[in-house]
Design a protein around this ligand. Structure first.
Ligand SMILES: NC(=O)c1ccc[n+]([C@@H]2O[C@H](COP(=O)([O-])OP(=O)(O)OC[C@H]3O[C@@H](n4cnc5c(N)ncnc54)[C@H](OP(=O)(O)O)[C@@H]3O)[C@@H](O)[C@H]2O)c1
Length: 230
């Protein structure tokens, strides 16, 4: 049974993606910090006959993230899909927002650690095996500031744009290796859109395995209401 590892798996988008891939026959490995929330998600997925397991880890504590992937490798078939979509909504040390004039090394670094170093660390745990197998999908979710400069997110945008840049390069570098990497910028205000309407698009993006970037916005979700037409 293929495995999807969701890094930054919460009750919003992460759970919805887990449901969609689980319904398609994937086992689900959920990574986030709060064990109680993860346990609720596992129970909810189990009730839908989806095999899921929790791997508590903090993206900002890289050894814990590496350990989570080692445990996933020990307990599941190979990770066929890695989906990276953490949302720093809870307490995160030093993760403040700063406009362009307030940007400093100190307030950019935590976002680089979170988005860029987190994604690189997670990818490093699965990519060598994917390349060896000649199959796998890597999907990285960010918000609109990765693509369009957003003044209120001057520091976050630096990190998200850097992540996007790496993923677009990764997509090209993996093109002849059977591994697909794509960036998925979500362009809506938080909580504006039901994640259950977003998640099926991730399945279609994975299934088609085409294109380095898929912008999901109210307009594209509307025009792509039937994900099979993606
Ligand atoms: N929802 C929207 O409308 C919207 C809009 C724009 C962009 N986005 C993007 O969509 C993605 C998902 O958003 P969502 O809120 O719906 O996701 P979600 O899957 O409901 O939650 C994401 C989870 O990330 C986890 N997380 C936060 N910090 C972490 C850390 N240091 N280490 C490990 N896990 C961590 C949190 O769990 P713990 O606290 O338990 O760690 C949180 O529950 C994000 O990339 C977000 O930027 C969403």
């Amino acid at each position: 049974m293929p495995t999807i590892a969701i890094v930054g798996a919460g009750p919003g988008l992460g759970l919805s993606i887990a449901r969609v891939f689980g319904a398609e026959g994937f086992e689900v490995a959920l990574i986030a910090r709060r064990e109680s929330t993860l346990a609720e998600m596992v129970a909810s997925l189990s009730a839908a006959d989806i095999t899921a397991a929790a791997y508590p880890a903090d993206i900002l504590d890289r050894p814990s993230l590496v350990r989570a992937f080692k445990d996933i490798a020990a307990n599941h078939d190979p990770v066929e899909v890695l989906e990276f979509s953490p949302a720093p909504r809870g307490p995160q040390p030093g993760m403040v927002l700063a406009g362009p004039l307030e940007v400093s090394v100190a307030n950019v670094q935590p976002h680089l650690d979170f988005y860029v170093h987190g994604a690189i660390t997670a990818t490093g745990q699965v990519l060598p095996d994917m390349i060896e197998r000649g199959s796998g999908t890597l999907l990285f979710t960010t918000g609109p500031c990765s693509v369009s400069p957003t003044p209120a997110m001057g520091n976050v945008g630096i990190a998200c744009a850097a992540l996007r840049n790496w993923v677009l390069n990764l997509h090209d570098a993996l093109a002849d290796k059977g591994v697909y990497a794509a960036h998925v910028p979500l362009s809506f205000a938080p909580d504006d859109t039901d994640p259950a309407t977003i998640a099926p698009h991730y399945w279609q993006i994975h299934e088609r395995g085409e294109g380095p970037e898929h912008v999901l916005s109210p307009e594209t979700l509307h025009t792509r209401r039937n994900p099979s037409s993606l």
